[in-house]
Design a protein around this ligand. Structure first.
Ligand code: SAH
Ligand code: DHB
Ligand code: MG
Length: 223
């Protein structure tokens, strides 16, 4: 199969099952117009996130890595009116685009974007009374820090919570034991950390589609 075929199949699936609407398509268009990189989740993965949050009965979601708020909108739509989604974003310019996209989607009462390096905003969140536990955590920021993000996610969840990590396969680069790329060594470190973590039951699934060959990791907090 070629990239064109993966893209065509994604389009077939998305047109039938995951159609976008004004808020989602404008979120992508305005992100692009503002010069943000085209690295948001694909529509069918956004819909998967939304379905997972609904299956989970999630009322609270933590996202690490907002970009223009595209995945944020999919996730926030799964929440009840009094639900809460906190999304952590390093770049103020990304957060600004995301806030506008989220307000246009009518989700600004549910979503709060916190700017700063997640390794600095996560400890503050943990220290905040009533901030957790989150029912679902979506990790999709700088891959170098994924092992640390999983550790923070464990502090901010409860038994039964779900943790999803994006981009854990990277065209198969995850297999490269000799890699000198921090993103790859950290991804491998994260897999090993999860493998020996008794509080997590996990799997990872490879994906092909508009975003090439990649994959996501799904974990359930067991205790
Ligand atoms: N979840 C988004 C895509 C996120 S892209 C979606 O699917 O729509 C990754 C984002 O993580 C970028 O916006 C980047 O600025 C942000 N990021 C990078 N390093 C970070 C850090 N240390 N803390 C928080 N966010 C970070
Ligand atoms: C990158 C980040 C992502 O979250 C993604 O889905 C694809 C690419 C990146 O940093 O290159
Ligand atoms: Mg991603």
């Amino acid at each position: 199969m070629t990239q064109e075929q993966w893209t065509a199949v994604d389009r077939y699936i998305t047109d039938l099952l995951c159609p976008d609407d004004q808020a989602l398509s404008s979120a992508l268009a305005d992100s692009e117009a503002a010069g943000l990189p085209s690295i948001a989740v694909a529509p069918n993965q956004g819909k998967l996130l939304q379905l997972l949050a609904q299956l989970q009965g999630a009322r609270t979601v933590l996202e690490i890595g907002t970009l223009g708020g595209y995945s944020t909108i999919w996730l926030a739509r799964a929440l009840p009116k009094d639900g809460r989604l906190i999304s952590l974003e390093y770049r103020p310019a990304h957060a600004e685009v995301a806030r506008a996209n989220i307000a246009r989607a009518g989700l600004d009462r549910v979503v709060e974007i916190r700017t700063g390096a997640a390794l600095e905003t996560l400890p503050k969140l943990v220290a905040e009374p009533g901030a957790g536990p989150f029912d679902l955590v979506f990790i999709d920021a700088d891959k170098e820090n994924n092992p640390r993000y999983v550790e923070w996610a464990l502090k901010l969840t409860r038994p039964g919570s779900v943790i999803m990590v994006d981009n854990v396969v990277r065209g198969g680069a995850v297999l490269d034991e000799q890699s000198e790329q921090k993103a790859i060594t950290a991804t491998r470190e994260m897999f090993e950390l999860i493998a020996r973590e008794p509080r997590l039951s996990a799997t990872a699934v490879q994906t092909v589609g508009t975003k090439g060959h990649d994959g996501f990791l799904l974990a359930r907090v067991t205790s």
